[in-house]
Design a protein around this ligand. Sequence first.
Ligand code: NAD
Length: 329
Amino acid sequence: MTQPWRVGILGCGGLGKTAAAVLEPREEMRLVAMCDTHGWAHRPEGIAASEVEPLAPGDTLASLPIGRASDDPIGEVIALAAAGEIDGLFLALPNLPSDFIPSVIRRIAESGFQGVSVDALKRTVAVEAILALDDVIREAGMIHMTGCGATPGLLTAAAALAAQSFQTIEDVQIEFGVGIANWEAYRATVREDIAHQRGMDFERARAMTDEEVERFLDEREGILELHEMEHADDIMLEQAGVVTRERVKVGGIVDTRHARKPVSTNVRVTGVTFEGRRSTHTFTLGDETSMAANVNGPAFGYMKTGLWLRGRGITGVFTSADVMPRFVR
Ligand code: NAD
């Protein structure tokens, strides 16, 4: 695998399109393939972000000049990857139902692909399902990096780093603020957050029509408050040896009507040092950084780490708390 590494993005919604824009100025990676529900695109010389940017929510790549229609667009991109046309795959797909992304990763592993795939999964059950694929991934000769968005992802890694000052960790508290001007730009993300609301579950959120989502948001003036979420930061920090999962708490506020963040995204790690002093490290993201910046940046940073490890003959599943992301120039 030589630079620029050839990247495929599965999903061309809010995250997928912004991932294309994040990659555009980077010299070490080149976007060569994308897909969505009904279409896919492949160009070895590179796909420009401006070519997919005009796609409206719910529209498909198949309708764009660069796109082609298919009954199995994910399969088309996986076939390219298995044929050695792609080095790294980023899964910017919805995870409804919660075993959807794990099933795609199994498919990638069984295709013969020997590169690196990365997800930005959120739920504990989904990351657990990925960790259980470790043997399959190793036998396939690939690396999968899981939970590599913002949270889990950037904040989980920051917590693992912050923990090093302490002898014992008392708790890790993550609070995120997301501001998006229009919920339709991130349909899957908003649906998954609705699933965490009282009286809701993932099946119900998935089955909601767009009108029902709009009514649900109207009733809350566009604000979703999230407490004690089932979020994979817990199992990832447990696996990294930082803290047991019940000591990790994740919550946040999502404003689906304004781009401004309702609260600053932060992670607080409280522990006791070897001298017996209790203290808290706080890592706060700048309010100007969007969800897209804080998810896509780490995802490609972890892809670079995966490619580096893969080049050294290493295979298997890693989380964002296991290794540091490298920076994609
Ligand atoms: P979206 O709804 O805007 O876009 C999803 C894309 O996937 C669309 O292009 C859609 O056509 C495509 N798609 C859906 N089903 C498909 C299928 N069966 N085959 C092929 N393509 C399919 O979604 P989004 O808001 O960009 O979110 C994507 C994912 O990113 C979500 O799972 C969300 O949880 C995750 N996310 C993670 C973090 C984090 O910090 N870890 C933050 C934000 C979003």
